[in-house]
Design a protein around this ligand. Sequence first.
Ligand SMILES: Cc1cc2nc3c(=O)[nH]c(=O)nc-3n(C[C@H](O)[C@H](O)[C@H](O)COP(=O)(O)O)c2cc1C
Length: 196
Amino acid sequence: MPETTRALVELCDTLIQSRQHVGPKHLGLPAPDDATLTQLFEAAAAAPDHRQLTPWRFLVLGPAARERLSEVFAQALLERDADALPEQLADARAKAFRGPVLVLAVADLRADEPDAPEPERWLSLGCAIQNLLLAAQARGFGTGLSSGRAMGSAALREAFDIAPGEQAVCFISIGTPTRAKSPRVRPAVQSFVRWL
Ligand SMILES: Cc1cc2nc3c(=O)[nH]c(=O)nc-3n(C[C@H](O)[C@H](O)[C@H](O)COP(=O)(O)O)c2cc1C
């Protein structure tokens, strides 16, 4: 193997294997600036995309959007538990303000294209998110994905103009990890691969 290829393989494997989920409350500053975030979205745009439908969009949630999100989280909790205590509602609201950068990933399943059925579009979104996570990791940032019952709520759809045929999938938090985390044991290859 040529030396340059070997170096690239090592870099690529290290990048992929070193990425791990970091919860939003364990992400602090520094965080990517707008120019760096744009590079991360360019990485997302390099995802495989059958028929080039761009079946995703990303919303970068600034301070006003996070205020809206905090009310969405409180409302989602009240829908699950009408007797939620004020402290519980405060906790739910606080989640909207964790982590320095918060991005909402939305699947866009609206295109009329039978050659790229829905599962392929979900897959494409997953690839776009992974590209983004790895591009952030390469730049020294930590990332975490989070979801929860509020994702499909009417309140969230309304707050962020999620159209019929679109689905909010998860939040992506980006920042600098504030604590070390031991690596997760990955599933053994033989548990999910068969050579036929
Ligand atoms: C779509 C999606 C949503 C997720 N939502 C959450 C979440 O709400 N809370 C959480 O702790 N982790 C969430 N995760 C992260 C996974 O828990 C994490 O990726 C998994 O534990 C594997 O760990 P690793 O990413 O460090 O390899 C989510 C992951 C995906 C793909």
